[in-house]
Each structure stands twice: as C-alpha cells, then as structure tokens.
Design a protein around this ligand. Structure first.
Ligand SMILES: [Zn+2]
Ligand SMILES: [Zn+2]
Ligand SMILES: [Zn+2]
Length: 176
C-alpha cells in the first residue's frame, strides 16, 4: 500500500513561532513561512534541499534582493545561471531563459498535479526593486500554468520569482 500524498499539504512540520516571538504559519500551496512582524523567512529545509532546486555556486553578485535587500548569490537551475537570495530564496533570471527552465521543470515533475488555485491578486500591488537597475519592477499575472504573479523588469529583461513559485508552476495541471 502506498501512502496517499496531497501535493498541497507537504509532509513538513510547520513552525509555531518566529525567533522574534511572533506567530507564523505556512500559506496554502507553499512550504515556507514569512513573519509579518520582522519579515524574516522560515524554511523546512536547507537551501540545497529546497523545492526550487537552486544549486548554490558560492559566488557573490553585485545585485541585491528586491525583497530583503541582501546581496544575491549565483546559483544554477539545470544549466541556467540565476541570482538567488540566501534569505528569502527567491531568484532572478533573464526572461529568455525562464521559458526553458519552466519547460524543463514541468517535464521532469512526476508527482500529482496541484488542484487549480486562484491567483493572489494582492501580489499585483507589491512592486519589488529590480536587482540590476533599481527601477520598480512590474507585477504581472503569469498566464501560463500555476497562476502566479511574476515580477519583471522590462528594461533589463529580467524576471523575479519568489521561493516556491517555480515549483508551483511545475505542479500545476495542464500539458507537460
Ligand atoms: Zn519574526
Ligand atoms: Zn531575499
Ligand atoms: Zn531593471
């Protein structure tokens, strides 16, 4: 007998409280938590075990995170270099490479499809700063699988994905 797994409730223990003392909880469809009080992030695993599977290259970049303002580091997703944040684990990728990464992850994914979830349109009002040119990024409703809100800088042709968004796209129902 195989255990039934629900892709929306991954088998991880959720934290009850942040180091600062505030209560935190994991949002549906994600495995990590954000503290509304001190804005720090909680993850169930190390970055190497993280669901987006970014492989750290141990190289600094001159770019800073649009969410937490710490310097981004070089990481690899497949053969594509991205710049990722060690604090919130989001990453920036050039728009040309994004389609290939998405296609690869959707093809590789062998688990159950997510139930379709509505987009969180509140995210359309959150504008991060482009890590490269410091302009305000544009928030778009990504029209492919996963129903996520994607931040892009059209000047630099970059996209920012928050932690878990790539995995969400991979798990979304639809053609693979
Ligand atoms: Zn906190
Ligand atoms: Zn960050
Ligand atoms: Zn830019």
């Amino acid at each position: 007998m195989e255990a039934e797994t629900d892709s929306n409730t991954m088998n991880v223990t959720s934290p009850q409280a942040c180091d600062c003392g505030a209560a935190i909880s994991v949002a549906t469809g994600y495995t990590h938590a954000v503290c509304n009080s001190c804005q720090s992030f909680w993850f169930p695993t190390s970055i190497e075990q993280s669901e987006d599977q970014i492989v750290p290259q141990n190289r600094a970049t001159p770019f800073s995170c649009p969410r937490c303002s710490v310097d981004l580091e070089v990481g690899k997703i497949g053969n594509t270099e991205v710049c990722f944040c060690t604090s919130c684990r989001g990453f920036v990728v050039d728009l040309e490479s994004l389609g290939g990464i998405i296609q690869m992850r959707r093809t590789m994914y062998e688990g159950p499809d997510d139930k379709p979830t509505p987009a969180n349109f509140c995210e359309l009002n959150v504008h991060g700063t482009c890590p490269a040119c410091f302009a305000k990024m544009e928030a778009h409703h990504y029209c492919g699988p996963g129903n996520i809100v994607l931040d892009t800088c059209n000047g630099c042709k970059l996209a920012w994905l928050d932690h878990g968004e790539l995995s969400k796209i991979a798990r979304a129902p639809g053609q693979r």
